[in-house]
Design a protein around this ligand. Structure first.
Ligand SMILES: [Zn+2]
Length: 198
């Protein structure tokens, strides 16, 4: 289901929120206003005061996200998603399209935490902690093909943007499509399936 946190006590870091708002382009001031409406930063004298090093409740962010989505539509959500990898924290060691797509789930866990502790990815032990779902990675039997199943509270078009940006970073000929024959979170399903081929 889009916009509903999987668990309580989940927080997202300021850098990710910043990447999101920055990715809104001409809708940026709208984003700042909606973030402050849910208590993520505050408007003062027409300026959005916000701590990029802070942590913010994931559900508040999703609430703002949901309002923004209703207002700007899927095209803008896709554009915001595409801008995320440029500004958010991603792990090191991305060398090709396989590691690029795999890194999305790691980055997702680096940028969220639960109950005020660390983050949901322990880089030293290479362990991912549960609580926010996943960005799937599956190398399908045929060549030059990756299947990614998104099981997380973010909207379909936004994830499409993130996956496309990461894929295009390492291969410009790549094609990312939403598998319309599978369930979609836009229709209340738990997951969306994206096909990456090149
Ligand atoms: Zn979908």
């Amino acid at each position: 289901m889009q916009f509903k946190a999987f668990e309580e006590g989940i927080e997202v870091n300021g850098q990710t929120v910043y990447a999101f708002v920055d990715g809104m382009g001409k809708f940026k001031s709208l984003g700042e206003q909606y973030m402050s409406n849910v208590g993520i930063g505050a408007m003062k004298g027409g300026k959005w005061l916000f701590d990029v090093n802070g942590w913010y409740p994931q559900q508040a962010w999703l609430d703002a996200f949901s309002t923004i989505a209703a207002e700007v539509g899927d095209g803008v959500l896709y554009t915001i998603g595409r801008a995320i990898p440029a500004n958010a924290r991603f792990p090191y060691g991305i060398t090709d399209i396989y590691s690029a797509i795999r890194a999305i789930d790691i980055a997702y866990h680096i940028n969220h935490r639960k109950n005020g502790k660390g983050c949901l990815y322990d880089a030293a032990a290479e362990i991912m902690y549960e609580g926010i779902g996943h960005y799937g990675y599956e190398q399908a039997p045929r060549k030059n093909f990756i299947l990614s199943v998104s099981h997380n509270p973010y909207p379909c078009a936004f994830d499409m943007g993130i996956i496309s940006a990461m894929a295009h970073k390492y291969d410009t000929k790549v094609m990312v499509i939403h598998d319309d024959s599978k369930p979609c979170r836009k229709n209340g399903a738990e997951t969306c399936t994206y096909l990456v081929s090149w």
